[in-house]
Design a protein around this ligand. Structure first.
Ligand SMILES: Nc1nc2c(ncn2[C@@H]2O[C@H](COP(=O)(O)OP(=O)(O)O)[C@@H](O)[C@H]2O)c(=O)[nH]1
Ligand SMILES: [Mg+2]
Length: 209
């Protein structure tokens, strides 16, 4: 299993011209404000305050780069879905995220976070459509899984698998993993999948036969 030995904040990026010069492979974290993105990042790295759990949701409009093991990046995309964000800022957010995803190759894997207790929001579904469109492989992480009773959680995971990772869906979803910061449920699974994707070389895009 992947062992994280170092993780440091590198820089915030508000414009793609500011991307880090050293092009390393990226694990990208996506989700609405308050879904548990910072908590997941911190837990994976076993660092309490690597990613700040922001008290003002929707405030971070920058893409945050963290350098991990001096070999790859964790990339925290700005959270979405915060009601008080002005329309103009929302348009800026869309443009930034789409341009970011279009780069394709450096992205080894995206983590799409959804609260285990909730249905995907329209913005979650839009994000997943973008991931499919730009052929970005992604893992669906169901956060705050401790808040559901065990049996309900099992059913929820199954329902998500069927919908996004079933035999009939040939898309980019590479799995569904429940996660909780209490007892670090899901940490090992997530780290294993990250390792698999980092060791795969970027390939030419699949062509339909
Ligand atoms: N019970 C529980 N609470 C969580 C979990 N993950 C995050 N939270 C809480 O949810 C809130 C938002 O988390 P945060 O990581 O800041 O979300 P972000 O806005 O997506 O970065 C915080 O109060 C966290 O303590 C979890 O697995 N279980
Ligand atoms: Mg955060």
């Amino acid at each position: 299993m992947l062992k994280i030995t170092s993780a440091e904040f590198l820089q915030g990026v508000a414009d793609l011209r500011q991307l880090p010069k050293n092009e390393l492979r990226e694990i990208v974290f996506i989700g609405r404000s308050n879904v548990g993105k910072s908590s997941l990042l911190n837990k994976l790295c076993n660092k309490k305050n690597l990613a700040r759990s922001s008290s003002t949701p929707g405030k971070t409009r920058e893409i945050n780069y963290y350098i991990v093991n001096n070999g790859f990046y964790f990339v925290d995309l700005p959270g979405y879905g915060y009601a008080k964000v002005p329309e103009q800022m929302r348009a800026g957010w869309k443009k930034l995220i789409e341009e970011f995803l279009q780069r394709g190759e450096p992205i080894a894997l995206a983590m799409q976070l959804i609260d285990a207790r909730q249905e995907p929001t329209p913005l979650d579904l839009m994000m997943m459509d973008w991931l499919e469109y730009y052929e970005v492989p992604y893992l669906l992480v169901l956060t705050k899984s401790d808040k559901l009773p065990f049996s309900k959680l099992g059913k929820t995971v199954e329902a998500y698998r069927e919908r996004f990772h079933g035999q009939l869906t040939e898309g980019c979803c590479h799995g569904v993993v429940p996660f909780s910061i209490l007892k670090a449920e899901g940490r090992v699974d997530v780290l294993k999948i990250i390792e698999e994707h980092l060791s795969e070389r970027p390939q030419a895009k699949k062509k339909a036969v």
